[in-house]
Design a protein around this ligand. Structure first.
Ligand code: GSY
Length: 161
């Protein structure tokens, strides 16, 4: 596998057998000839954000190396979501499995169907904490560390409560 790029993905599931859906998605990622799983975080149970009265999610963050370019990677992830039987009826509705691209090398992409870095990742504890677990020393292009983003989020949430 010629794996040129490094990327981070967030995986989440909040219906049926959540753990089985996560495992299935990880197996499909690993089976993909163009994706190599480098690191997988622990599984975190997290309160749903962005949508009310949903069931709690199970989330992980994974580090991959891949020969796929960003759009091709997005397509492969959408194929895994479909394979996981994702019901797209309700936007933000319950989902069997959700795969988001968080980062792709140091690239900045801002298109309608693809924004990298993921636009909401810095407000999501369910992304930042697992990310920190597998890559504590990550330096973002703005020079900030993952710890600084966690502190900012914690302070903000502190203020809100
Ligand atoms: N805790 C939690 N809340 C979420 N809200 C949305 S939308 N999602 C799907 C990810 O875009 C999640 C999630 O994965 N975990």
């Amino acid at each position: 596998k010629h794996l040129a790029a490094e990327a981070f993905l967030s995986l989440g599931s909040n219906i049926e057998d959540r753990l089985a859906h996560l495992k299935e998605a990880l197996e499909l990622l690993e089976k993909d000839q163009e994706i190599l799983l480098e690191k997988i975080s622990s599984v975190y149970e997290t309160a749903p954000v962005g949508y009310i009265n949903q069931h709690p999610f199970l989330n992980v963050v994974v580090k991959i190396t891949t020969s796929l370019k960003p759009f091709a990677l997005l397509e492969h992830l959408q194929e895994i979501e479909r394979a996981g039987g994702r019901e797209r009826e309700i936007r933000w509705g319950p989902r069997t499995i959700d795969l988001d691209i968080l980062l792709y090398n140091n690239e900045n992409i801002n298109l309608e169907h693809l924004q990298i870095p993921h636009p909401r990742m810095f407000e999501r504890g369910f992304v930042l904490i697992p990310f920190y677990e597998i890559e504590p020393g990550y330096q973002f292009s703005d020079g900030k560390s993952i710890v600084q983003y966690i502190e900012e989020l914690t302070n903000k949430e502190g203020v809100q409560k």
